[in-house]
Design a protein around this ligand. Structure first.
Ligand code: ADP
Length: 194
């Protein structure tokens, strides 16, 4: 299996790059943000719980997210691999993911960190807010999400560096150039793991 996680600050282009990766490597895409938004739309119990956190720019509590992810993994047993987009976002989630994959005799092969300067992130997110009307893309909440990212998610960089799985990709470039860098990294890893 080929299991990859992609992370970076809000607005870094995770979703766009994940779609390109899915197409090329035929992986199952799990975007925890998309799953949560669908749950909110359907007004499920999880959706209603998540809404309050998302609207404030906070993370949804680890136990809810980890359970949600475990259920998705369980209901997709025959995939070639997964791309985890927006997960893990805390050390606790990273450890949980390692355990869940270990139970299947699997592991993460690479964690791609899409690196984009803060001013560009803010600009992209404000534009998206105007175009798509996402409830968390307004200036005050954007600031909060960037702060949440720095405090809770950035420590994962060291976690994956220690495992030798961390790869930085410069995200402030045209979409196809970013993808070309990702493709080089993944193709090399696939070749080495053959
Ligand atoms: P972005 O990366 O632009 O913030 P996402 O769609 O990945 O967008 O996430 C939107 C929101 O959903 C986050 O701000 C957070 O509240 C919630 N969320 C998504 N994934 C997770 C996660 N792994 N853990 C906790 N909360 C999450």
């Amino acid at each position: 299996m080929l299991n990859i996680a992609i992370f970076g600050a809000p607005g870094c282009g995770k979703g766009t790059q994940s779609e390109l990766i899915v197409e090329k490597y035929q992986l199952h895409h799990i975007s925890t943000g998309d799953v949560l938004r669908a749950e909110m739309e359907k007004q499920t119990k999880l959706g209603k719980l998540a809404e309050g956190y998302i609207q404030k720019g906070h993370l949804v509590p680890d136990d809810l997210i980890i359970k949600m992810l475990a259920d998705i993994l369980e209901s997709n047993p025959n995939e070639k691999g997964f791309i985890f987009d927006g997960f893990p976002r805390t050390i606790t989630q990273g450890e949980a993911l390692d355990h869940l994959l270990r139970d299947k005799n699997e592991s993460i092969i690479a964690v791609l960190n899409l690196d984009v300067e803060e001013e560009i992130l803010t600009e992209r997110l404000s534009k998206r807010g105007e175009e798509q009307g996402r409830c968390d893309d307004n200036p005050e909440i954007i600031r909060k999400r960037l702060e949440t990212y720095k405090v809770q998610t950035e420590p994962l960089i060291a976690y994956y560096k220690k495992q030798g799985k961390h790869f930085t990709v410069k995200g402030n470039k045209p979409v196809n150039d970013v993808f070309e860098n990702i493709r080089e990294i993944l193709d090399r890893l696939i070749y080495q793991n053959k």
